[in-house]
Design a protein around this ligand. Structure first.
Ligand SMILES: NC(=O)C1=CN([C@@H]2O[C@H](COP(=O)(O)OP(=O)(O)OC[C@H]3O[C@@H](n4cnc5c(N)ncnc54)[C@H](O)[C@@H]3O)[C@@H](O)[C@H]2O)C=CC1
Ligand SMILES: O=C(O)[C@@H]1CCC=N1
Length: 276
């Protein structure tokens, strides 16, 4: 049976999950969404056909969305998650599965804000779910059984790959795949800027860089793929690519990416403490 899913705080991330579900054939009639402003609720409904209400204009909007839902997806910014969980607690059925997509909000914080025994799943999705190519890490709470995890997985499963991980690893998942699309876009921006410096028109440079990152991404989708092997296949001995990679290595690009991922996890740790 198709689950009824309520998206609370339908911005970039929850919007991507919702669009991924619709693209995979989930009926709009079994989804509900809330935003803060009336304009964004109307725009979302018009675009997707999903009924949406604005919590900024109707104080009962989140309660309306949650009423009778099988799964509730909390998608506001981390600072607002616990308050939203406390607000909707009275409307939850005991078996409603509550998902959070928020960085840094622990299962302990979520469970403390919800009724005892509520099944909770902490997730770290990414925006490529919107195009059916997402990667998601999730960790189950103390009352989430296999059926609850299956319901959580079904929210993402048709639009991406889902991996259950111990909660201690979810900040690392966030640093690799949650934030990761931004790193790929950053690479595309830098490649385009470099092309402009070499004399290409900006429009052409952006198209070349975007098509290249997208094409490389599609090659990476094959099962059991080795990114290093794909890189080596482009890198002719003593050719042009080798010179570019040598500059990246000399400038410490690999180390910079690892340091960036470490900084992302450090920020998550700091936020977890601040928002506990
Ligand atoms: N953007 C991304 O790529 C990813 C974001 N996340 C997590 O997703 C969460 C949301 O991030 P974004 O979507 O980027 O932010 P966003 O600002 O685009 O979306 C949040 C939405 O919640 C709405 N909102 C705020 N308070 C509300 C309330 N009380 N009731 C109903 N709606 C309310 C806002 O108007 C906004 O539309 C964060 O907790 C973040 O850590 C996780 C993985 C990736
Ligand atoms: O930047 C953030 O905090 C969120 C979590 C992962 C991606 N976006």
């Amino acid at each position: 049976m198709t689950d009824t899913i309520a998206f609370l705080g339908t911005g970039n991330m929850n919007g991507a999950i919702l669009r991924g579900l619709l693209a995979a054939g989930h009926p709009a009639s079994s989804l509900r969404a809330t935003t803060r402003s009336g304009a964004s609720a109307t725009a979302l409904s018009t675009e997707t056909g999903v009924e949406a209400k604005a919590a900024g204009e109707d104080a009962s909007a989140n309660a309306w969305a949650v009423e009778g839902a099988d799964v509730v997806v909390l998608g506001v910014k981390p600072v607002g998650i616990a308050e939203l969980a406390r607000q909707i607690a009275p409307q939850l059925r005991p078996d409603t599965v509550v998902l959070s997509v928020a960085a840094a909000i622990t299962l302990a914080t979520l469970e403390a804000a919800l009724p005892a025994g509520q099944p909770v799943v902490r997730t770290m999705p990414n925006t490529p779910l919107q195009v059916g190519a997402g990667a998601v890490g999730l960790s189950r709470g103390s009352s989430a059984d296999d059926a609850a995890v299956a319901s959580a997985t079904a929210v993402f499963g048709a639009s991406g790959q889902v991996f259950e991980v111990p909660e201690a690893q979810i900040d690392a998942v966030s640093a690799v795949s949650g934030s990761g699309p931004a790193y790929a876009f950053y690479l595309a921006e830098a490649m385009a800027d470099g092309g402009v410096a070499l004399g290409l028109d900006r429009e052409l440079a952006v198209k070349l860089a975007a098509a290249t990152v997208a094409g490389a991404g599609r090659m990476l989708e094959q099962e059991g793929v080795d990114p290093a092997a794909l890189r080596r296949a482009v890198t002719s001995p003593n050719g042009t690519t080798e010179r570019a990679i040598a500059v990246f290595d000399a400038r410490g690009v690999r180390e910079a990416i690892a340091e960036g991922e470490k900084a992302a996890t450090d920020r998550a740790t700091q936020l977890s403490i601040e928002l506990a």
